[in-house]
Design a protein around this ligand. Structure first.
Ligand SMILES: [Zn+2]
Length: 56
């Protein structure tokens, strides 16, 4: 599954829990950016945990 962010085709490896919106799965880079917002919890996807170590 690709990252949910527009224009991003990296593989999604993190699930973001967003209190005011549906959960979405994004790549590690987007998870880092979006995860800084208050209330958002970044939850590494067990299936893609290795991707977190690949920082590009
Ligand atoms: Zn992305």
């Amino acid at each position: 599954m690709p990252c949910a962010e527009d224009g991003c085709d990296r593989p999604a490896c993190v699930e973001l829990h967003i209190p005011w919106d549906e959960n979405r799965r994004v790549c590690a880079a987007h998870a880092r950016v979006l995860g800084r917002q208050d209330g958002i919890v970044a939850d590494p996807d067990p299936d893609g945990a290795d991707e977190l170590l690949d920082d590009g």
